[in-house]
Design a protein around this ligand. Structure first.
Ligand SMILES: [Zn+2]
Length: 115
């Protein structure tokens, strides 16, 4: 039994307004940053991942998560970046947080949680 997901334009507008209203009230979590586990750092290096800050090519040692309100999709989105020690520290300072120590086991913190 397949019903079309469509709906008319007015209905879509309505949903969008409601979503935007909800977005305004949505809680945006505090940014976080943590040091990646040594095993994960090695795996990232194997995959050729580098610090994602422009013009920086240092190895990845820190993961940063920052949430933001996107009016485009009317949702709170998560921006994840894999960065080096320096840029991880700068991110932490900018947001008045500490870079958290690595977890005891690899991948206790998921990467690519965005989307
Ligand atoms: Zn960097």
């Amino acid at each position: 039994m397949c019903t079309s997901p469509g709906g008319d334009a007015m209905r879509t507008e309505f949903h969008r307004d409601a979503a935007l209203e909800q977005l305004k009230r949505a809680e945006v979590p505090r940014p976080i940053a943590w040091t990646v586990h040594a095993a994960d750092a090695a795996e990232l290096a194997d995959r050729g991942e580098r610090c994602q800050v422009r013009r920086c090519r240092n190895p990845v040692t820190v993961v940063t998560w920052r949430w933001w309100r996107s009016t485009e999709v009317a949702r709170v989105l998560l921006a994840e970046h894999l960065v080096c020690t320096d840029h991880g520290q700068k991110f932490a300072e900018r947001h008045h947080i500490e870079v958290e120590p690595p977890s005891a086991t690899p991948r206790a913190n998921p990467f690519k949680a965005s989307q």
